[in-house]
Design a binder for this molecule. Structure first.
Ligand code: BEZ
Ligand code: MG
Length: 578
């Protein structure tokens, strides 16, 4: 048995972990500025995109990921292993860096004006002994995407639409997951709900759920009996149903296709194959998902009821266990096995975002109550949004973990207020019913290595890569007025994670205050570009302090108050001139 780690080993381990975290921040794909309608992507953005696209196996075009090929040819372990083990093993870290550097140079060659496919292919042959015939296919594919990213006909297509001419249809989604979304400016269509989840989504989800449950096991010492899961429409469109696949796997079933290849049923994974208990899942569906995925709602409902009906012991089938408990407490079988909740028909959203951003709350309980009031309508076979407040409250009272799948590189959990209204709202609603905050996890399937992070870790990563990242705010500031508004939205959305889930560390607010308010040059620049948003930003920070989310230092508070006074004067001056 290994003895306790020696101090030097311990130090190396910590340094490696730190380095790994820095790499993670550095390599994360972030939007550097907003999309400008009609404008093609700049060369540097295209390079980042292409590297990410090349990092996934592309079964749709028959290519293996470039980092995968490079690692294999250099005799290194699989790239996935390099990514996973680089935090604990210096050799793996060096190998991973070598692979990344070769990939970077190859994409640079591909993009260089005097370069192209041949130059990139010979670099890969020289540096990683990849025969040119093995790389040219993928490089040609990337080159085609580069050309499409470098042109943009959105304005022309809009004009055609206004003239009532035909607009070619095309799939919507995330570029990295589905490069077929290019060219943009087409008539976006979504997805056939009977095709969800796709084979690829289901295979990928096996790994995701293994990681999610392992993380729960590591932290809790046992499997969670019930997971509260947020399911969105866009997410499942873009990923062809990863969220749905993950939910099915938690319950221990696989999708079954009929003669027309439509997913209309599920098959039970036998207990000996599953090798773990079936998890009870309480679903919170967005209004958009409800509208788009009627067939999938029936599928999930069917899965929950089939699993609840299995003759299995309570310790291996938590869903059945809870349904039986609820029946003993007097519920009918139908009610006891109801697991899908959404808005009343024709309604959308939780309104938690409006309550939080508008400051219309005194106690956190009002947030959880609003969430349930908006979302307590039951769906499934024979259920068309029936009011079910008591059932939902009961279901939430068993939730130990809340969870959402994060699907794309463009929108993270502080970019819009919808993540905190849903996952945060759910987390608060559960806390009120169980008496303790559930563990909250977010799945990040944006990079080739699927990661499960706690909500707090996700907030930190998001803030480091955006609000506190000069590259990100530099990009935003180039948009002037709207860029400052965007920065303010991020601060408010970060605040939303305090209000709903207590997931924001003190240092985050301190660093935001230092970056945008204490720094005089920055503060003046913001005030010049958009004094209203700058005032809101300072007010939001003071609100975070006032509500007890941030123990701000006195001198920082002074800065905030002073800045606010000056902004008020400035705005009054503007008004006087008007
Ligand atoms: C959805 O895709 O379901 C969704 C989009 C925006 C806000 C909430 C949900
Ligand atoms: Mg909605």
């Amino acid at each position: 048995m290994a003895g306790p780690a020696r101090p030097a080993e311990e130090r190396d381990r910590i340094v490696l972990r730190l380095y790994e975290q820095l790499l993670e921040i550095e390599q994360r794909l972030i939007p550097t500025g907003m999309h400008v309608f009609g404008r093609p992507n700049a060369q540097t953005e295209r390079g980042d995109m292409l590297r990410m696209i090349a990092s996934f196996d592309r079964p749709e075009v028959g290519f293996r990921s470039l980092p995968g090929q490079i690692a294999a040819r250099l005799g290194f372990p699989e790239y996935q292993i390099l990514m996973e083990e680089s935090a604990t093993c210096g050799e793996r870290l060096l190998q991973r860096e070598r692979v990344d550097a070769i990939l970077r140079s190859a994409i640079e060659k591909l993009l260089a004006e005097d370069g192209g496919i041949e130059e990139a292919a010979s670099l890969l042959a020289r540096e990683a002994s990849i025969p040119t015939e093995d790389s040219t296919g993928m490089l040609a594919f990337l080159n085609g995407l580069n050309r499409q990213l470098g042109t943009n006909s959105e304005v022309d297509e809009l004009m055609r639409a206004l003239r009532r001419e035909y607009i070619e249809p095309g799939p919507g989604g995330d570029l990295v997951q589905n490069p077929k979304i290019l060219p943009t400016g087409r008539n976006t269509h979504a997805v056939n709900p009977y095709a969800v989840p796709s084979h690829v989504a289901f295979q990928k989800s096996r790994d995701t759920i293994r990681r999610l449950l392992n993380r729960c096991l590591d932290e809790r010492g046992r499997y969670p009996e019930t997971i509260g899961m947020v399911i969105w429409g866009m997410d499942n469109i873009k990923t062809h149903g990863e969220g749905v696949a993950q939910a099915l796997l938690l319950m221990g079933v696989v999708p079954k296709r009929d003669g027309m290849n439509r997913v209309t049923d599920v098959e039970i994974i036998p207990p000996e194959t599953l090798g773990r208990p079936r998890i009870d899942v309480v679903f919170v569906l967005s209004g958009i998902f409800r509208d788009l995925f009627g067939a999938t709602i029936e599928l999930l409902d069917k899965a929950a009821r089939q699993v609840a009906g299995l003759d299995e012991p309570p310790e291996t089938n938590f869903l059945r266990k809870h349904v039986q408990q609820a029946q003993q407490e007097g519920l009918s079988w139908c009610d006891a096995a109801t697991r899908l909740f959404s808005n009343a028909p024709g309604n959308y959203g939780t309104n938690v975002n409006f309550m939080v951003i508008g400051g219309h709350w005194d106690r956190a309980e009002q947030i959880g109550d609003l969430f349930v009031t908006r979302k307590c309508f039951a769906y499934g076979r024979g259920l068309e949004g029936d009011p079910a407040g008591t059932l939902m409250a009961k279901a939430l009272s068993r939730v130990e973990v809340t969870y959402q799948n994060l699907d794309n590189a463009e929108i993270g959990i502080t970019d819009v207020d919808h993540y905190f209204e849903y996952l945060g709202g759910l987390t608060q609603a559960v806390k009120q019913r169980t008496g303790e905050r559930p563990a909250t996890y977010v799945c990040d399937s944006l990079s080739p290595l699927v990661k499960i992070r706690s909500l707090n870790e996700t907030v930190r990563l998001e803030v480091r890569t955006k609000l506190l990242n000069p590259k990100w705010y530099g990009g935003m500031l180039r948009h002037g007025f709207s860029g400052v508004a965007e920065i303010e939205h991020h601060v408010s959305n970060t605040f939303g994670w305090s209000a709903t889930a207590g997931a924001v560390d003190d240092w985050i607010y301190s660093e935001i205050a230092n970056t945008y308010v204490v720094d005089e040059t920055m503060r003046n620049r913001l005030a010049e570009l958009n004094p209203h948003a700058t005032r809101s930003l300072a007010q939001r920070l003071l609100e975070a302090h006032g509500r007890g989310f941030w123990a701000a230092q006195e001198n920082v508070l002074d800065h905030l108050h002073n800045a606010l006074d000056k902004l008020e004067d400035h705005l009054e001056g503007v008004n006087r001139q008007a």
